[in-house]
Design a protein around this ligand. Sequence first.
Ligand SMILES: Cc1cc2nc3c(=O)[nH]c(=O)nc-3n(C[C@H](O)[C@H](O)[C@H](O)COP(=O)(O)OP(=O)(O)OC[C@H]3O[C@@H](n4cnc5c(N)ncnc54)[C@H](O)[C@@H]3O)c2cc1C
Length: 388
Amino acid sequence: MSTKGEYDCIVIGAGVMGSFTAYQLAKNSKKTLLLEQFILPHTRGSSHGQTRIIRKAYDQDFYTHLMEECCELWAQLEEEAGVKLYRQTGLLVMGPETSQSYQLFKSTLQKNKVPMVVLTHDNFTQHIPHIKLAEGDGAVVDLTAGILYADRALKIVQRQFQKLGGVIRDKEMVVNIKPGPVVTVSTYAGVYQAKSVVITAGAWANRLLTPTGLHLPLEVVKINVCYWREKVPRSHGTNERFPCFILTEGKESKEHIYGVPSDEYPGLVKICYHMGSETDPDQRDRQTDRSDIDILQRYIVRCLPGLIPEPAVVESCMYTLTPDRHFVVDCHPSYSNIVIGAGFSGHGFKFGPVIGKLLCELSLGQVPSYDLSLFRITRFQAKPKSAL
Ligand SMILES: Cc1cc2nc3c(=O)[nH]c(=O)nc-3n(C[C@H](O)[C@H](O)[C@H](O)COP(=O)(O)OP(=O)(O)OC[C@H]3O[C@@H](n4cnc5c(N)ncnc54)[C@H](O)[C@@H]3O)c2cc1C
């Protein structure tokens, strides 16, 4: 097949990470092609759905620092496009007062002077009447947090990319990547060449990396995205000041449980478990494990009595997990002009604009704006066993 086009950069995968990377490259006047295997928009990856939580509350300073610039980048995009992408709701963080995870969330907020409120058992119900705070749990509210309108954001960033001259080709699955000073990318429809390539293929990352001789320790899990009906209509919405929330750990589980007010579907509150069961991204719905839904039901019965403890709607999404749950944002160890953004471990959406900026910098051979040690591929390499 003859070469169909030559670009400064080709970005593979038009989820949130690939779309923001392509947009940044086009902003830097680079001739950029964004390739996507499915017809856009689609619901087969990790970036679909109407809402995501954006928060500065984290258990590690680095993410809170990244969020400072990232919030500005979200606001810039809103202004540039004239579209609202964010709604402030606050994020209630709950967890056992003595647990490490809860304390890390609280101290990161305090250390970084994020506007916040600490609630006590005495005043909790007055502020958050719909949730029962468990005995022994602490509660803080990250006042800066809120909802991102995810589907809308994806559409807008892709539109802005095209306005800047960027090219999107959907329904073009990449089937091979041939490294070299000029990288050759083959799809079923054609062959393209570019000075650099960025791989942002979500759950399919390892399939694309195989021809380049790299395999990352990524685990793909299916998430049951559950929506729970309010017993009293319009009681748990953003207008009723029901916040987004995270329970760091609880009686039911060691993983987070998180919730979003009834905003996207009237009368339905999104509450999910921050873990799922392993799946093949091409056969996602063959994974039918519902043990996460049992956990959520028990939690809702115990702490959210205003909701019917049977999900009214269950949709599907995927997480691509790294062993330490930190992202991969790095150059390929053997080819510096192949850049990888992967393993966003179920918490990447909010960082889309800043990750796009970093992947763009790496693909242009620039020094990245942040120290990316936490996101390096070398952290997965086998460490020598300590002497006994
Ligand atoms: C239920 C759920 C809730 C979440 N909640 C939050 C939240 O509240 N806050 C938050 O910050 N994050 C959240 N996340 C995480 C966040 O959504 C993900 O980290 C993020 O969307 C990952 O984006 P991505 O671009 O890496 O992957 P994807 O969106 O999956 O994009 C990868 C793209 O690559 C394409 N692709 C793959 N292979 C090829 C190929 N060979 N050729 C061409 N294209 C290819 C795929 O089709 C896909 O479109 C949540 C995730 C889920 C599933």
